[in-house]
Design a protein around this ligand. Structure first.
Ligand code: FAD
Ligand code: AMP
Length: 475
């Protein structure tokens, strides 16, 4: 096998593997190195997202939601079920199958695009050389014209809390519980904490979420965050804001979690503790001496707007660089870099990266929140439409939530779209497309939406911007 490549990608997650595939499509010779090992020792491409993040979490969210609906909602539809029960083992087996299918798919895609897959550790050396150490211990030095670093991220540890892989776990461990904990604590009410808390709460765990900040989902539009808090409370998620965790100890009667809140020092005793306080870039043993690649003070690889590091021919994409830690952001960066390397056009519009929280109801947005627009001093108008007024949502028994469109008061350009409600994560795609094309709210108003669909909520919210909604009174 050749030791020379046009492109070597280090990291085979959702940022690295699309970079490799696009480089192959661009007729460049390319290798992708990935060191991921599953708990059983097997290797797999796909990184955190496919193996321990997006995909397994969504599999369990779906299963637990179906159980929850069978228990609480089917009767409303006139569907009668006796003895509704669940089997965590079967849920986990299904999840593992989906993960296997997804990761195996990457190898098939690599084959199709002519990508050389190498499982083991990659380390960038000076002069775009890459040291590759296979999982079998074999060592080789490869040479590339371009190197793409896509080494991803890892869970942030919390001082005073030691993972034991059983009672105290990170998000990966929380996806692998073999039984439902009776008492569960999640530290961090971020996206990951809320999703994992939801899974186990729906299956019956008494779930307390401790969040240091005084506000829930501060990055979301305040109206959405308020609506979300109402639903989480109704679902029995006990979210305690302003609760800063300082330590945890495993005792005979459970895990003792120490935190302070407005009332002073508190202790909570639970059966299992999930630490979900965020993620940090992972660059361990990635860079040899004299590469010219620089890390910033938080450990991210420094890049410019086009993902170029300071070193000639070395690029970095995904969670290991600035910007939101999202799979689709990394994918766009990986593809853009592979196109730039091939001399083509490559660009990521960081202003239109959608955010989705896969709770029930789902929460999704793109662009600026009302608070951000206000703080920027811009004059604006908003239109909202509640799903309770959508025929399709009512037919689905899913009338909770709303869609909100924010547009510039003068130009009518859409500045942000915020959705909490059924399939919000799917509905937001239209909003992203609209903003990508710098659409006005009138553009959305004049776009036909099929009836009856949930997407009509986006249409009606756009109409409401100019007080021209049809299916709700305009105020
Ligand atoms: P990673 O996916 O972390 O992949 C990096 C890969 O590089 C890994 O396989 C690693 O082993 C390998 N690697 C690192 N260093 C080396 C080296 N030196 N040599 C060889 N290999 C190396 N994002 C979303 O957009 N939507 C979601 O729904 C979502 N849900 C999530 C749920 C959970 C529980 C978690 C933890 C994360 C979730 N995320 C979600 C975030 C998402 O997983 C990350 O943003 C995404 O995986 C980042 O992709 P990446 O390719 O940059 O890094
Ligand atoms: P995210 O960064 O979106 O994954 O969310 C992680 C959340 O964890 C943030 O909302 C943080 O405020 C929260 N957090 C971080 N440290 C602590 C802590 N010691 N106790 C409670 N919450 C924390």
């Amino acid at each position: 096998m050749s030791e020379n490549f046009d492109v070597i990608v280090i990291g085979g997650g959702p940022a690295g593997y699309p970079a490799a595939i696009r480089a192959g499509q661009n007729k460049l010779s390319v290798a992708c190195i990935d060191e991921w090992k599953n708990r059983d020792g097997s290797t797999a491409f796909g990184g955190t997202c496919l193996n321990a993040g997006c995909i397994p979490s969504k599999a369990l969210l779906e299963s637990s939601e179906l159980y929850h609906r069978a228990l609480h909602e089917f009767a409303v539809h006139g569907v009668k079920l006796d003895g509704v029960a669940f089997d965590v083992g079967a849920m986990q087996k299904r999840k593992a199958g989906i993960v296997r299918q997804s990761t195996a798919g990457i190898l098939a895609l690599f084959k199709g695009a002519g990508v050389t897959a190498l499982t083991g550790h990659g380390r960038l050396l000076a002069g775009r050389k890459v040291e590759f150490i296979g999982h079998d211990g074999s060592k080789r030095t490869l040479q590339a014209k371009h190197v793409v670093l896509a080494s991803g991220s890892e869970p942030m540890p919390l001082r005073g809390v030691t993972f034991d892989g059983d009672r105290i776990v990170d998000s990966w461990g929380a996806l692998d519980f073999t039984e439902v904990p009776k008492r569960l604590c999640v530290i961090g009410a971020g996206v990951i904490g809320l999703e994992l808390g939801s899974v186990w709460r729906r299956l019956g765990a008494e779930t307390v979420v401790l969040e240091a900040l005084p506000q829930l989902l501060p990055m979301a539009d305040a109206q959405l965050a308020k609506e979300a808090a109402r639903h989480f409370k109704k679902q029995g998620l006990d979210i305690r804001l302003g609760a800063k965790v300082s330590g945890a100890a495993i005792e005979k009667d459970g895990v003792h979690v120490s935190y302070t809140d407005g009332q002073g020092a508190q202790t909570l005793v639970v059966d299992r503790l999930i630490v979900a306080i965020g993620r940090r870039p992972f660059t361990k043993d990635l860079l040899g001496d004299g590469t010219g690649v620089v890390l910033d003070e938080r450990g991210f690889i420094q890049v410019d707007d086009h993902c170029r590091t300071g070193a000639e021919g070395v690029w970095a994409v995904g969670d290991c660089v600035r910007g939101p830690m999202l799979a689709h952001k990394g994918k766009e960066e990986g593809v853009a870099v592979a196109d730039l390397i091939a001399g083509q056009y490559g660009h990521v519009n960081y202003k239109t990266i959608p955010s989705v929280i896969y709770t029930a109801p789902e929460i999704a947005w793109v662009g600026q929140t009302e608070e951000q627009v206000k703080a920027a001093g811009r004059t604006y108008k908003t239109g909202s439409f509640p799903f309770a007024a959508s025929g399709r949502a009512r037919a689905m028994e899913a009338g909770a939530g709303f869609c909100k469109v924010i547009a510039d008061a003068g130009s009518d350009e859409i500045l942000g779209i915020h959705i909490i409600g059924p399939m919000a994560g799917e509905l937001i795609a239209e909003a992203v497309l609209a903003m990508e094309y710098s659409a006005s709210s009138e553009d959305l108003q004049r776009t036909i939406h099929a009836h009856p669909t949930l997407s009509e909520a986006v249409h009606e919210a756009a109409l409401a911007v100019d007080k021209r909604a049809i299916d709700i009174p305009n105020r």
